[in-house]
Design a protein around this ligand. Structure first.
Ligand code: NAD
Ligand code: UDP
Length: 323
């Protein structure tokens, strides 16, 4: 073990990204507390860690304070898929804002470094392309996505105010669309939807005409970026974009998934959801410069790993979080 062992709290630690982060932290020998209310995840994501002596699982809702002794906090708790965060929008805003306040309070008391999982959604439907961190965004404050976008923007504000006012040691990343094994099969995001549809030879549901773009980052690359930023230079707290600059239209993604699954699925076109961003691509100049980070896994390779994961799942073991 090259690093000093730390007590590390991961909120949302049983989720898609959180469970991969817990894997890496447990493997590095840290004493890891995974905190989750299992709204959009299930214990199976971390079941393999339950026997590790340096892993604890706590069922808790971050909108309520918690008393723990920790050295580092990764604050990931928040539904991430539009279907999930729009299910109970007031709760989504509470999770972002009250969760941030509770975790920042904990960080302040414990003198812990705290990391915030922010999002490319702080840029809204961007009119600058690609998006650098200096861009202040184009967010509709009263739309159906605002509970998430504005909640995450408010959380960033809280992080920087706790830093300026209370000297809390913060790190903030803005995550662009990330995919990979352990995404919830029913979370409604485009990669999981398309792969499940293709594996079942069902119609692939394209919202709008499929010309909107996204940049897809494989989970392993993203977690490398998390760890590099958390332990990166003290004079670089972020916010920093983490994402894969490779940009694809949603139609191109559908075609890749059909090809890689050998599927008979056909494309069907459905209405575009309100405020759906038309384009999204990270400018990762800052991550390259300050963290020496850039993604390595090409979309076709990451998709194959994700396809293999979904093909191996017993879907009867999963419930829709919104049911
Ligand atoms: P996810 O839904 O798989 O994980 C979120 C986790 O938070 C789940 O385990 C869920 O049960 C938990 N959670 C939700 N509300 C909670 C609460 N009140 N108390 C405690 N736990 C709660 O999503 P993910 O993709 O792993 O996202 C993790 C974080 O990264 C989120 O904060 C999300 O906003 C951010 N993010 C993710 C992406 C992406 O593409 N995956 C992009 C941008 C930002
Ligand atoms: N999308 C789609 N079909 C689906 C799910 C999503 O065409 O079955 C589109 C969605 O409208 C958006 C893009 O894919 O333009 C990415 O959606 P996702 O929910 O994954 O994340 P977002 O980037 O919008 O938060």
């Amino acid at each position: 073990m090259s690093e000093i062992m730390k007590r590390v709290l991961v909120t949302g630690g049983a989720g898609f990204l959180g469970s991969h982060l817990c894997d890496r932290l447990v493997k590095a020998g840290h004493d890891v507390i995974c905190l989750d209310n299992f709204f959009t995840s299930q214990k199976s994501n971390v079941a393999h860690l339950l026997t590790a002596p340096n892993f604890d699982l706590v069922r808790h809702d971050v909108t309520h304070p918690i008393w723990l002794e920790v050295d580092e906090i990764y604050n990931l708790a928040c539904p991430a898929s539009p279907v999930h965060y729009q299910y109970n929008p007031i709760k989504t805003m509470k999770v972002s804002v009250m969760g941030a306040i509770n975790m920042l309070g904990l960080a302040k008391r414990c003198n812990a470094r705290i990391f915030q999982a922010s999002t490319s959604e702080v840029y809204g439907d961007p009119d600058i392309h690609p998006q650098p961190e200096s861009y202040r965004g184009n967010v509709n404050p009263i739309g159906v996505r605002s509970c998430y976008d504005e909640g995450k923007r408010a959380a960033e504000t809280l992080f920087f105010d706790y830093h300026r006012s209370n000297n809390v040691d913060i790190r903030v990343v803005r995550i662009f669309n990330t995919y990979g094994p352990r995404m919830h099969p029913y979370d409604g995001r485009v990669v999981s939807n398309f792969i499940l549809q293709a594996l079942k030879h069902e119609d692939i549901t394209i919202y709008g005409d499929g010309s909107q773009t996204r940049s897809f980052c494989f989970v392993d690359d993203l977690i490398d970026g998390f760890l590099k930023h958390m332990h990166g230079p003290d004079n670089f707290i972020g916010p920093v974009n983490l994402g894969n600059p490779g940009e694809f239209t949603i139609k191109e993604l559908a075609e890749m998934v059909i090809k890689q699954t050998n599927s008979n699925s056909k494309l069907v076109y459905m209405p575009l959801p309100a405020d759906d961003p038309t384009q999204r691509k990270p400018d990762i100049t800052l991550a390259k410069k300050h963290l020496d980070w850039e993604p390595k896994v090409p979309l076709s390779e990451g998709l194959q790993k994700t396809i293999d994961y979904f093909a191996s799942l017993d879907l009867r073991k999963y419930r829709k979080p919104t049911d």
